[in-house]
Design a protein around this ligand. Structure first.
Ligand SMILES: Cc1cc2nc3c(=O)[nH]c(=O)nc-3n(C[C@H](O)[C@H](O)[C@H](O)COP(=O)(O)OP(=O)(O)OC[C@H]3O[C@@H](n4cnc5c(N)ncnc54)[C@H](O)[C@@H]3O)c2cc1C
Length: 343
């Protein structure tokens, strides 16, 4: 646990007195970032998350055999000064580290090592550890799927999948992928229309465990001319258990083609493509498939966050401003700043 304040704790001026009650829907990085910054400034914030834990697409799956795989985001980079500061804070807290895996490209068995050396970061021991570090300091309710956000006088009421009514809240922040944000933004039609313009590509992910070592000289590879776009050796990341566990990500095109296929079909096709791309004879002892219906925005909106100050509702996420982990963080920051500057 880090002792110095995090970059989000000093992001906004501190407020006292009666402040608007804020509901954040979604405990992925963008929602948790906005919530932590607002909470640190004094706003009462409650986060609602449909899953059992935080992190969203920065996810790690534990299979029935106890194997773990980062099956969503693979690593992240940092260019923005504030995000770099955030990454350093997480590193000091021991929940993020650099990944020194050997990265390259693969094309029909031809292996090319990447020359451009880029710093790649991962959560430790799992991809979402940084998000969890923040989420644990927040008032978060898990396994609550919000279905509707409705106006009641000058406030908002949320209705969950189980029919529970939550609120009233003065402000609602919708921090979920764009297609899932659209119905939740129905009370603010202009924002809903903006979110509806964002296309998000799917990704079929296969987690494969091998008994023998896969004798590839790379730990992570962008795959060309294949149904796969990326493969990674999970155990090459810091803080992971030993073992020959690989994550195979389908390209947007192949993931779309196989979106409704049975998991067994996807697993077989992805493993076959893995063998073709690496030029190795590989036979996994276990495969698990996860379908990310909304993996990556294509493209993201120019606005870093959406906010309607007159109604007290907004949206953030990797589909606002810039894609990926860094974009999700910066979108959460932008939303918190907008909200604090007007309310
Ligand atoms: C396969 C894959 C590979 C990726 N690879 C990389 C990579 O290598 N590098 C990189 O930087 N980025 C990568 N990304 C993207 C990165 O994971 C995302 O940009 C980032 O995690 C998005 O954060 P977010 O907060 O915007 O959304 P999310 O992480 O999607 O968080 C949204 C949260 O809202 C919850 N939610 C949704 N609807 C509701 C509801 N109705 N009620 C309550 N809760 C709800 C969800 O459960 C989720 O926890 C990848 C993503 C995927 C899927």
């Amino acid at each position: 646990m880090s002792l110095r304040p995090s970059p989000l704790d000093d992001l906004l001026p501190k407020r006292t007195g009666s402040l608007p009650d804020v509901a954040v829907i979604g405990a992925g990085l963008s929602g948790v970032t906005a919530a932590r910054a607002l909470r640190a400034a004094g706003y009462p914030v409650t986060v609602f998350e449909k899953s059992r834990g935080p992190g969203g697409r920065m996810a790690t799956r534990r299979t029935e055999t106890g194997d773990t795989f980062d099956h969503g985001a693979q690593y992240f980079t940092a260019r923005d000064a504030l995000f770099l500061e955030q990454v350093r804070w997480w590193m000091d807290a021991g929940v993020v580290a650099e990944w020194h895996g050997v990265i390259g490209t693969l094309e029909h068995g031809r292996v090319t090592r990447s020359e451009r050396e880029q710093v790649r970061y991962v959560g430790v021991p799992s991809m979402g550890s940084g998000v969890r570090e923040y989420a644990e300091t927040l008032h978060t309710r898990y396994e609550v799927r919000v279905e509707r956000v409705e106006r009641e006088g000058s406030a908002w009421r949320l209705t969950t999948e189980s029919g529970e009514r939550l609120g009233p809240f003065d402000v609602v922040v919708v921090a979920v992928p764009a297609p899932q944000a659209v119905p939740l933004l129905a009370g603010a039609p202009e924002l809903a229309a903006r979110a509806a313009t964002v296309n998000m590509e799917p990704c079929q992910a296969v987690m494969a465990r091998f008994e023998a070592r896969v004798t590839l000289e790379l730990d992570g590879a962008f795959v060309h001319d294949s149904p796969l776009s990326w493969i990674a050796r999970d155990a090459s990341k810091p803080g992971r258990a030993e073992g020959e566990r690989w994550v195979l990500h389908g390209s947007p095109e192949a993931s779309r083609e196989y979106l409704e296929s049975a998991p067994v079909v996807v697993a077989a096709r992805w493993v076959e493509s893995f063998a073709q791309a690496t030029g190795l004879e590989v036979r996994p002892v276990e495969t698990v498939v996860h379908r990310w219906r909304y993996a990556l925005p294509s493209p993201a909106l120019e606005e870093t966050a959406l906010f309607d100050a007159s109604m007290g509702i907004g949206a953030c996420g990797d589909w606002c401003g810039g894609p990926r982990v860094e974009g999700a963080f910066l979108s959460g920051v932008a939303l918190a700043r907008r909200l604090a500057s007007v309310l």
